[in-house]
Design a binder for this molecule. Structure first.
Ligand SMILES: Nc1nc2c(c(=O)[nH]1)N[C@H]1C(S)=C(S)[C@@H](COP(=O)(O)OP(=O)(O)OC[C@H]3O[C@@H](n4cnc5c(=O)[nH]c(N)nc54)[C@H](O)[C@@H]3O)O[C@H]1N2
Ligand SMILES: Nc1nc2c(c(=O)[nH]1)N[C@H]1C(S)=C(S)[C@@H](COP(=O)(O)OP(=O)(O)OC[C@H]3O[C@@H](n4cnc5c(=O)[nH]c(N)nc54)[C@H](O)[C@@H]3O)O[C@H]1N2
Ligand code: SF4
Ligand SMILES: [Mo]
Length: 665
């Protein structure tokens, strides 16, 4: 038996340290790495048996060629040579007839490894393909941070242990950030109070001392109402504001007067007295810490909401206290010169840009049309908004679709050619994290399953077939990693680089003064940001719509976007495609618990099993997790109801900005 250190490859802030045991051929066990400073040896329910995913009988093991109508699972095995020849030939024809911009790559975050995740960028830039704007996750959250805090680093998540008031704001941490909760619980033991601000009682409610349920998209109004109380009751830190904040006076004069408790109450749905109590508790806390999740940023007003919330620690000077402040995520990958891998310099002329949230639109009505789609570590049929349009596109007989995958996903079912992909235990990579400051390089623990190949290998082979002579494409993944580490500058010193190159866990050091020397153009926290179209934070309306129920497309504890659908043990825990609804809304519609229902809006219709529960307030319904068509009642899943509209800034997804009506099936 041999044990290899590794890192969880999934799109999760925790990026857990793994210890992978093999018998030389098979992975026998996967455990948490106790030496990891943040994750400390614990894994979530999904990854405790990663070997079941790696050795799943459902793994794709050979290239496949479509031999029947799209979507019917009619494929015959072919060799890699034939698959690559067919792809290259078809692309040469498309390039000759329509130009390379008729080819579109589609990737997101099936693996977070910095090499494999970004493996296709150089190839598609060199090809001159259309460019994908990868904004499906939460770019509006990052935009909000940047507008107020610039490139200031977020506090060390472990620091939350020293906080006395922890606010989990739009973050279902029990599903999506479980190790952070470990430190939250430690703080609780020392007397800290924990709040959850969400739109329904998520599993995270169980660890919260107080749960505040707000109307979807209204958090900006809550933050403004709180600020008004802070100002009125002199709960602000004048010295901090003078020394470190730009624009408080303007906010006070131009924005806050409208934000009476009544105004904030009307929009958020929280009683005025509750908002006042929240403001007083926040203003009086010694070191309040806000963890801002992605949920509240996925609305037409998402970036502005995040900006507004980030004013709170500026007003109270929470930044000066150990354990105080706020976070929206950690930019660990910025320690490495990623441009070496993404190679924007290979773009000879800028090509058209297609937003991943509007893929359906692009595949069905782009002029000139998209003729070929190359999907890798992404499952757009399941995860993209406007699923009906996406499927209309994938069904196009004239769209040449190639899918590089570990499993026969709903997207792969519509491929002309499927290429089998390695799992993270079968290829080299280097990982950063967006929930802590650790980095680690990893080596494969086992040989590739069947004939599977890594993302980087596939693009190397395609580069050869397309006749690209750039030496870049002949470098191995390990050579790329060596060079990334060797040429990083600034954040990693030489001993750290040495350790990183050799596979040790490296935690990036935070500068001593990162909470007082703010990295903005003015050097201050920019409540007033003159570069913004709206220089002051304010409340913006979401996209919304006329229908009565907000639909929360929230994460599931036992899945990760569409990953882990191969695991029957986890599917059993998720049970079925439930739609959670408040008893009042159910009875108003004469609907009963456990009956089948249809949620519908102008984008589509989806069948669910109704689960009536007081955990969801009236006016909200919840569909947790992403499912595949196999498990759905009407051949469609939740993203059929989600619109392709974008956030106010950063062109992000607006998953939660969805309204529906529900009827009996
Ligand atoms: N188990 C599990 N873990 C995951 C994932 C998963 O699917 N499952 N997904 C991974 C990925 S890709 C990401 S980006 C992260 C995301 O993780 P999070 O940052 O937790 O973000 P979200 O998943 O979007 O949703 C967080 C919460 O926001 C709430 N919410 C929605 N609208 C509002 C609102 O208007 N106001 C407030 N206050 N709350 C609102 C939702 O109800 C939900 O509980 O998690 C990662 N980890
Ligand atoms: N309704 C709803 N929709 C959502 C979300 C939600 O919470 N609710 N979350 C949204 C968010 S935040 C995100 S980030 C997106 C994520 O969307 P995606 O990035 O598409 O993530 P996954 O659904 O996990 O699918 C990734 C696929 O990559 C494959 N894969 C894994 N590793 C590799 C590899 O090394 N190589 C290759 N070629 N394939 C690999 C997996 O088998 C899997 O099928 O989904 C979004 N969609
Ligand atoms: S999914 Fe997240 S919590 Fe689970 S093992 Fe991976 S990084 Fe850790
Ligand atoms: Mo995400």
């Amino acid at each position: 038996m041999t044990t290899f250190p590794s890192v969880c490859p999934y799109d999760c802030p925790d990026a857990c340290g793994l210890l992978v045991t093999t018998d030389g051929k098979q992975v026998t066990e996967v455990h948490g790495d106790p030496s990891h400073p943040f994750t400390q040896g614990k894994l979530c329910a999904k990854m405790n048996h990663y070997e079941r995913t790696v050795h799943s009988p459902k793994r794709l093991t050979t290239p496949l060629l479509r031999s029947g109508p799209k979507g019917t699972n009619a494929f015959t095995p072919i060799s890699w040579e034939e698959a690559l020849d067919r792809i290259a030939e078809r692309w040469q024809t498309i390039i000759a007839e329509d130009g390379p911009e008729a080819i579109l790559p589609c990737s997101y975050a099936g693996t977070m490894g910095l090499i494999q995740r970004n493996a296709g960028h150089a190839f598609f830039y060199r090809l001159g393909a259309a460019r994908l704007e990868r904004t499906i996750c939460s770019p509006a959250k990052g935009y909000g941070w940047k507008a107020i805090m610039g490139s200031t680093l977020a506090p060390h998540p472990q620091e939350v242990k020293s906080s006395d008031l922890i606010i989990l704001w739009g973050s279902n941490a029990a599903a999506t950030n479980i190790h952070f909760l470990h430190y939250v619980l430690e703080a609780k033991k020392s007397g800290a109070v924990v709040w959850l601000i969400d739109t329904y009682e998520t599993p995270t409610a169980a660890i919260a001392d107080e749960v505040f349920l707000v109307r979807p998209s209204s958090d900006g109004a809550l933050a403004l109402g709180i600020m008004q109380v802070l100002a009125n009751k002199a709960l602000i830190d004048e010295d901090f504001l003078t020394a470190h904040v730009q624009g408080y006076e303007k906010l006070l004069q131009e924005i806050l007067p409208q934000w009476t408790l009544e105004a904030a109450a009307e929009i958020t749905g929280l009683p005025a007295a509750v908002i006042e109590k929240m403001a007083c508790a926040y203003g009086r806390a010694r070191a309040p810490f806000i963890s801002i999740g992605s949920g509240l940023s996925r609305y037409g007003n998402g970036a502005m909401t995040v900006r507004t919330i980030l004013c709170l620690p500026a007003l109270t000077g929470a930044w000066t206290k150990t354990g105080g402040g706020a976070t929206t995520g950690i930019p660990g990958s910025s320690a490495l010169p990623m441009a070496q891998i993404t190679r924007e310099d290979l773009i000879s002329t800028p090509t058209r840009i297609i937003n991943i949230n509007q893929l359906g639109n692009a595949l069905t009505s782009s002029h000139p049309p998209i003729k070929s789609l190359f999907v890798y570590h992404c499952n757009p049929a399941a995860v993209c908004p406007d699923q009906n349009r996406v499927m209309e596109g994938l069904e196009r007989e004239d769209l040449f679709t190639v899918v590089h995958e570990r499993f026969l996903t709903d997207t792969a079912l519509y491929a002309d050619i499927i290429l089998p992909a390695t799992s993270s235990l079968e290829h080299s990579d280097i990982y950063s994290a967006y929930g802590h400051y650790c980095l680690r390089r990893v080596q494969p623990a086992i040989e590739p399953i069947g004939q599977s190949r890594s993302n980087w290998e596939v693009f190397q082979l395609l580069a050869q077939k397309m006749g690209f002579e750039d030496s870049f494409f002949s470098r191995s993944a390990d050579e790329l990693i060596d060079s990334l580490i060797a040429s990083s500058s600034g954040w990693l010193d030489n001993p750290a680089k040495e350790r990183l190159a050799q596979g040790a866990l490296v935690e990036l050091p935070l500068p001593m003064d990162y909470k007082t020397k703010f990295k903005t153009p003015s050097g201050q926290i920019e409540i007033f940001n003159p570069l913004e179209t709206e220089p002051l934070p304010k409340y913006l309306l979401p996209h919304g719509g006329e229908l009565p129920l907000w639909l929360m497309t929230a994460p599931s504890v036992y899945g990760l976007n569409s990953s882990f659908l191969e695991r029957e043990d986890l599917i059993d825990k998720r049970q079925t495609m439930n739609l959670f609804m408040n008893p009042k809304d159910a009875s108003a519609r004469k609907l009963n618990d456990r009956q089948t229902v249809i949620a519908h809006n102008s984008h589509g219709e989806v069948g669910f099993l109704l689960a009536v529960t007081p955990k969801v307030p009236s006016g909200v319904v919840v569909a947790e997790g992403v499912w595949d068509f196999n498990h759905s009642l009407n051949g469609r899943t939740v993203n059929s109801l989600v619109s392709p509209r974008l956030t106010d800034k950063a062109a992000g997804s607006t998953f939660y900005d969805t309204k529906v009506e529900v009827r009996s099936n």
